[in-house]
Write a protein that binds this ligand. Structure first.
Ligand code: MN
Length: 314
């Protein structure tokens, strides 16, 4: 697959790069590193993100201009990174189908291979880790700009080496990125230590809804539109909350319900060990990884909770 990608890059000039909506550190780091990789090869790259870059990743070096609408034009190839399905890049994704060569590079086990070229490694800690291997294969010498993006992709997807997807490869690559000038304390400071106060006011409200089920093995909490309004918070302030719930002793599955419509909730599930939450979210049309997955469920808070608990029993 890497040989095919090399050929496509060699023969093309104008490339498109994107990732999933609500981007996380792996998504942003992957996209930006690919931007610098293509630029270093003398190619043009258009970066499309449906959403704004989340505040905690604003420090990452990327293109001066990020497109928030998919242009109605044909590219030599489109890189869709860290994204389980094409529709997840956001509305207007149909425009992209004019581009014949879509290259999907990903590590989500729910990815069914929507690209013409698919590099899927579910054993990789992050998409950033796969991209590192691609850049080495392409013979690109990594700049600091690429290194800090790859480093951030890996550390955010492994929860700073706390999750089970942390492997020796992830650590080795990060060591190499450090030698290229990446400062772990600086990255961690920007990602984990630079939150607006409102995030914590919202966190307090969410904690007050915390309940456990199944002898304390399942933790559930929710956030409503009203709580967002009361605390002057935006959606991205809840990033990482489901992971916090997973820190409770004895909890194997942590579930955060976030209201996104009058009668609709976005569900984030995090698990420890062998519990496969991608399977549970799959029942509702969502997906993700074994230990981190999401989906949408319609209903009021009680109905949604009941649906989840019933699905978990299955
Ligand atoms: Mn990822």
């Amino acid at each position: 697959m890497f040989a095919k990608i090399r050929k496509i890059i060699d023969n093309g000039q104008d490339f498109f790069i994107s990732t999933h909506i609500d981007p996380d550190g792996d998504a942003i780091g992957s996209v930006f590193s690919m931007y610098w990789a293509l630029r270093s090869l003398g190619k043009n790259a258009t970066v499309y993100l449906k959403d704004q870059v989340p505040y905690r990743y604003e420090f990452l070096p990327g293109p001066d201009l990020i497109s928030h609408a998919i242009p109605e034009r044909v590219y030599d190839a489109a890189f869709v990174l860290d994204c389980g399905e094409l529709a997840r890049i956001g509305e207007g994704y149909e425009n992209l189908k004019r581009t014949e060569t879509i290259i999907s590079i990903d590590h989500h086990n729910t990815n069914e291979g929507f690209g013409r070229i698919n590099v899927l490694d579910t054993g990789a800690s992050s998409t950033g880790e796969i991209l590192y291997r691609l850049y080495k294969y392409l013979g690109i010498s990594l700049s600091y700009e690429m290194a800090v993006n790859i480093y951030t992709a890996i550390v955010t997807d492994t929860g700073f080496f706390r999750y089970e997807n942390t492997g020796p490869k992830a650590l080795l690559i990060c060591e190499k990125m450090m030698r290229l000038g990446v400062k772990p304390a600086q990255v961690s400071g920007m990602v984990n230590g630079n939150h607006p106060k409102e995030r914590f006011l919202l966190l307090g409200r969410i904690f007050s809804t915390l309940r456990t089920f199944d002898d304390g093995r399942v933790a559930m909490a929710y956030v409503t539109g009203e709580m967002f309004e009361d605390t002057h918070s935006t959606r991205e302030y809840t990033d990482g909350f489901a992971e916090i719930l997973r820190e409770i002793r004895g909890v194997e599955v942590a579930i955060l319900l976030r209201q996104v419509g009058d009668r609709q909730y976005k569900i984030s599930m995090r698990s420890k060990g062998t519990v496969d939450v991608a399977e549970v979210c799959g029942i509702f049309g969502g997906g993700g990884h074994k230990n981190a997955a999401g989906c949408h469920i319609d209903g009021d808070i009680t109905e949604v909770e009941t649906k989840i608990l019933e699905a978990m029993k299955r």
